[in-house]
Design a protein around this ligand. Structure first.
Ligand code: TEU
Ligand code: CA
Length: 545
């Protein structure tokens, strides 16, 4: 059957399993909890879900450190629980994408246990090993994103091994063909269980600088990297991986060749890079590598009309035949309600953010709670769990603030996170600010962001211009962003007033509004001839003549 390309222009709902729903009262979200709550996502109108890792893991990076790629960690449930989840999702018309953390394993993965045991075991070169410098220092000045050197000394093997993140996340050596084959085997395992696709963790970090490829395990990178800049991780990370991008593209083609054997499957790559937009375009062009990819441009602290206009202008220049996946929130960054709206994000701004991300050319990932307009939780230092936050405190309070338990209902102290009364406290405290935003509260409020998002997603499903149409930016007009989405003869103007004041947009002389598309649910703008008047944070969707 030809591919339905369901993912192209699709909306993917990201679930962080640890914090979504706890079915057995141990304070940790799990797979049966997700299964029991999938109707919430189907009712929202998403096309699919992306599950952050639930594989066996020491949980040093909460699952992004995998010790068995082909099994479910008991705290999340069993492989059978996963099969039940997939069956239920498919009954509800939801596709299931799972996270694949291929670039590194946990240090407790059997592969690493074997590799570190000696210089000459069968897996000796499955990881990135290098000799110390003559003075005993690390081979070079590469740094870990999580702080400190990217090299960890191993006392048994008496060599350093590379880690882009925690020392407990040793980097696999993708230059080794057996590593690629083993990882493709784990990807196939889940395809055979019926998953519909993958989110690929750090898809641009798989291959380290090829200098180490030529003498894996015993060589040493030559010299220091002048580009290493402790301020911008994506700057020097680029340096560590850039020279091996040609090999990375070949591996992405191998991945795509595997998925193409399973109809209607898809991949979205995560790209952490200071030129992420160009990488997104490169990895998703040609139809022979990734279907989609996302970068951090709209996930960072910068926001506002001029910034977003700049991102869209740059992306229009590089996109070519590529296909982006846009996201304003995920499990790694401060929630968009707080990034864009501060301590008291106005409801109109939350509606604008949702309409904006759903009007861009590309696919969309919505992070659990984004449909509720959840602000970042203020987690006290003593409750912090994320190592990235604890090591970097206080300038960066880590990622716990976007990972607190999902607020289902105001009927219970834990906001309905656990379905077992009297169970253990949730692994992170529930945010007090989330009580008033719980699903049951918003369900009952016709004007809630939840109901607004449901209406918008339902409307968008019938808009080919928004799901797959071309995108033409209009010139930035003060704090008003505007673009036109076109599919065939259908042209939809999408315009956003990102200011807290009123604003006016004068349409180009040759343009005429044929109809305001108020059935989308967006509001806060009126049209008089060729002039659009916006309320604060007003949004206009209109068909152009
Ligand atoms: O993130 C990669 C990455 O670049 C992030 O670590 C990001 O830079 C950081 O969290 C600051 O926003 C992926 C996963 O999404 C993340 O949760 C993992 O910690 C990381 O890889 C290692 O697997
Ligand atoms: Ca549980």
């Amino acid at each position: 059957a030809p591919n339905s390309n369901w993912w192209r222009g699709g909306v993917i709902y990201q679930i962080y399993p640890r914090s979504f729903a706890d079915s057995n009262g141990d304070g940790i979200g799990d797979l049966p909890g997700i299964t029991a709550r999938l109707d919430h996502i189907a009712r929202l109108g998403a096309d699919g879900i992306w599950l952050s890792p639930f594989f066996r893991s020491p949980m040093k990076d909460f699952g992004y450190d995998v010790s068995d790629y082909c099994d479910v960690d008991p705290m999340f449930g069993t492989l059978d629980d996963f099969k039940v989840l997939v069956r239920r999702a498919h009954e509800l018309g939801l596709k299931v994408m799972i996270d694949q953390v291929l670039s590194h394993t946990a240090d407790q993965h059997p592969w690493f246990v074997e590799s570190r045991a000696s210089l000459d075991n069968p897996k000796a070169d499955w990881y990135v090993w290098a000799d110390a410098k003559d003075d005993g220092n690390p081979p070079n000045n590469w740094l870990s994103i999580f702080g400190g050197s990217a090299w960890q000394w191993d006392t048994r093997r008496c060599q350093y091994y590379l880690h882009n993140f925690l020392t407990s996340q040793p980097d696999l050596n993708f230059h080794h063909p057996e590593v690629q084959d083993a990882l493709l085997g784990t990807v196939k395992f889940w395809l055979d269980l019926g998953v519909d696709g993958y989110r690929l963790d750090t898809a641009n970090f798989y291959f380290h600088d090829r200098q180490l490829r030529d003498n894996p395990g015993r060589g040493r990178p030559t010299g220091e990297d002048p580009a290493v800049n402790a301020v911008n991780p994506y700057g020097w990370q680029r340096h560590m991986h850039d020279k091996s991008q040609p090999e990375n593209l070949v591996f992405l083609q191998r991945l795509r060749a595997l998925l193409d054997q399973y109809p209607d499957t898809t991949m979205v790559g995560e790209i952490g890079d200071d030129d992420g937009l160009a990488r997104v375009a490169e990895y998703t062009s040609g139809g022979d590598k990734l279907h989609m990819a996302y970068c951090f441009d709209l996930l960072g602290v910068a926001h506002g009309a001029p910034f977003i206009h700049g991102v869209m202008t740059r992306f229009g220049e590089v996109v070519g035949s590529g296909w982006p996946c846009w996201a304003l929130s995920n499990h790694d960054v401060v929630r968009v309600a707080t990034r864009w709206g501060g301590d008291r994000p106005p409801a109109a701004l939350l509606r604008l953010a949702m309409a904006l991300v759903l009007s861009l050319r590309g696919s969309v990932c919505l992070y659990q709670g984004e449909e509720l307009g959840l602000p970042e939780a203020d987690v006290a230092f003593e409750d912090l769990q994320d190592p990235y936050g604890i090591t970097m405190w206080p300038e960066f309070k880590g990622r716990d603030g976007c990972r607190t338990p999902f607020p289902w209902s105001t009927t219970a102290p834990d906001l309905g996170f656990s379905s077992v009364a009297g169970g253990r406290a949730p692994w992170l405290p529930v945010a007090a600010s989330h009580r008033a935003l719980a699903v049951d509260v918003q369900q009952a409020d016709a004007d809630s962001l939840l109901n607004h998002t449901r209406a918008l997603l339902a409307w968008r499903r019938g808009q080919p211009a928004l799901r797959d149409g071309e995108m033409t930016l209009l010139p930035l007009h003060d704090q008003v962003l505007a673009w036109v989405r076109r599919s065939g003869h259908e042209r939809v103007l999408c315009a956003f007033n990102l200011s807290e004041g009123e604003a006016v947009l004068n349409l180009p002389a040759h343009e005429q509004v044929a109809a305001v598309l108020s059935d989308s649910g967006v509001r806060g703008a009126t049209v008089h001839d060729r002039t659009v008047h916006f309320d604060p944070h007003g949004v206009l969707f209109a068909r152009l003549a």
